[in-house]
Design a protein around this ligand. Structure first.
Ligand code: ATP
Length: 271
């Protein structure tokens, strides 16, 4: 197996509607890296994330995740891959009427047979593990509180603890802090980074906030109209360069700008 946890090679995605969501995207993510994916709304971040666990298939190109050729994998291989991939959503995905610990325990369901009802239906080792995972996200004291009474930040931390029950090798987080206030966002990012480093867990996180990407990620990849226009360590890029990804007009020297010029030229609008 190669050293990279994720290998994306020349991936293009054209939806049935004709929208080109990804254009010739190539990137490799080594084990243990915390990579932030940034870009304007509609730039293709979620689409790329969905390709990584086989929820979407590329029109062209190859995707290899944890040694599995995702776009050629059989259903069984994909199921096994998804057991190793934790997914964190913007809206947490908790069951509100269940307690925090019941939600965390449900993360182990992929490895168990049959449904479970209540904490007592999980074995002691799993219950211990669930409590430990709640401790890791700083919420052991909230184990028996209903999830719908927790704050947004606490809910996301419970969702992270639930994902840890899978013992994932890769964590994909789609705008995990988009609905949180700055303090809770920082807390969630801190926890993700701490766990990623402790477990040598590879994390790909889509973010809208440049300052979070700058402060927490090992590497920032910027997408613009489905193309990679930025890919480096935050300190090598600097905030100004990263901010350019959010400008409506493509920055100088990028492919996107060349393409825009080309199409204006073809339309006869540039001499
Ligand atoms: N199932 C689909 N069918 C058709 N077009 C789609 C589909 N999913 C996404 N798209 C389009 O692909 C493009 C990229 O969407 P995507 O959701 O990946 O962007 P994003 O960068 O994650 O945006 P946001 O930050 O708003 O979540 C958009 O133009 C979107 O409308």
């Amino acid at each position: 197996m190669s050293k990279s946890v994720i290998e994306v090679k020349n991936v293009t995605k054209v939806f049935a509607t004709g929208t080109v969501a990804l254009k010739n995207v190539s990137l490799e993510v080594p084990k243990g890296q915390m990579m932030a994916l940034i870009g304007l709304s509609g730039s293709g971040k979620s689409t790329l994330l969905r390709h990584l666990n086989g929820l979407a298939a590329p029109t062209e190109g190859e995707i290899n995740v944890l040694g599995v050729p995702v776009n050629h994998a059989k259903k069984k291989e994909l199921r096994e891959l998804r057991r190793q991939v934790g997914f964190i959503f913007q809206q947490f995905g908790l069951v509100g009427r269940l307690t925090a610990i019941e939600n965390v325990l449900s993360g182990a369901l992929g490895s168990l047979r049959g449904p479970r009802f209540g904490v007592g239906s999980y074995n002691l080792a799993l219950r211990k593990q669930a409590l430990e995972n709640l401790e890791r996200v700083g919420l052991a004291d909230y184990a028996f509180q209903r999830a719908d009474t927790l704050s947004g930040g606490q809910m996301q931390r419970v969702a992270i603890a639930r994902t840890l029950m899978q013992k994932p090798s890769l964590m994909l987080a789609d705008e995990p802090v988009a609905s949180l206030d700055p303090e809770s966002s920082a807390q969630v990012m801190d926890i993700m980074l701490k766990i990623a480093k402790e477990e040598k867990l590879t994390v790909v996180v889509t973010l809208h906030q440049v300052e979070l990407a700058m402060g927490w990620a090992d590497r920032i990849v910027g997408l613009r109209d489905g193309e990679v226009v930025l890919d480096d360590e935050p300190k090598k890029l600097g905030t100004k360069k990263v901010m350019e990804v959010y400008q409506r007009v493509a920055p100088e020297g990028t492919n996107a700008q060349e393409l825009a010029k080309e199409s204006l030229f073809k339309m006869g609008k540039l001499g």
